[in-house]
Design a protein around this ligand. Structure first.
Ligand code: SF4
Ligand code: SF4
Length: 152
C-alpha cells in the first residue's frame, strides 16, 4: 500500500525545518546540511512547503492520489505511479517544463525546480535516498507522519 506524509497542523510550529531537510535530501550532499547549502551549485527546491496563516502553519506536500490528475495530464509520461511502491514519481529527464501538472494538481504539490533547466519537482517520499522521508525524520515536533493510504 502506498504511503503519504500527513501534517498535524495543531502540532506544526512553522519552523520550516522540513523544507531545509527536504532540500538537503535532494542535494548532492543528502546527509550534510552545511554542504547542501554552502557547496551545492544549484540548490534543489523544497518539495514540501510550509503555509502559514496567523498562528496556524501547515506543511504541504504530495498526497499520493489514488487517481492522480498530474499523471493523467503529463504530456510526456514523466509522471507515473511506481508499480512497486505506489509512490507518484516524476522522471525529471523526461520533463519538458510545460507546467500542465502544476496546473492540474488540486493541492499545489508540484513546483518548478528552478535552476538552468526548469523542470517540475514534487515529493518522492525520499525513495532511494532515505528509509523515512527527511521531512518526517527531522521534524522536531513530530508534526509530520508517514501514514498508510492515498488521497481519494
Ligand atoms: S502531485 Fe498533486 S495530483 Fe499528483 S499525486 Fe500529488 S497531490 Fe495528487
Ligand atoms: S511539466 Fe514535466 S512533469 Fe509536468 S506535465 Fe509537463 S512534462 Fe509532465
Amino acid at each position: 500500500m502506498s504511503k503519504r506524509v500527513i501534517c498535524k497542523e495543531d502540532v506544526c510550529i512553522g519552523c520550516h525545518l522540513c523544507e531545509i531537510n527536504c532540500i538537503t535530501a535532494h542535494s548532492s550532499y543528502p546527509h550534510d546540511i552545511w554542504k547542501a547549502f554552502k557547496l551545492q551549485k544549484e540548490r534543489p527546491i523544497a518539495r514540501v512547503l510550509v503555509e502559514e496563516k496567523g498562528e496556524t502553519s501547515f506543511a504541504l506536500s504530495c498526497r499520493q492520489c489514488r487517481e492522480p490528475e498530474c499523471v493523467k495530464s503529463c504530456l510526456t509520461g514523466a509522471l507515473r505511479i511506481d508499480p512497486v511502491s505506489g509512490v507518484v514519481v516524476l522522471a525529471q529527464e523526461r520533463c519538458i517544463g510545460c507546467w500542465t501538472c502544476i496546473v492540474s494538481c488540486p493541492y499545489g504539490a508540484i513546483r518548478p525546480s528552478g535552476g538552468k533547466r526548469m523542470v517540475a519537482a514534487k515529493c518522492d517520499l525520499c525513495q532511494g535516498i532515505r528509509e523515512v522521508p527527511a521531512c518526517v525524520a527531522g521534524c522536531p515536533n513530530d508534526a509530520l507522519e508517514l501514514a498508510d493510504g492515498r488521497e481519494e
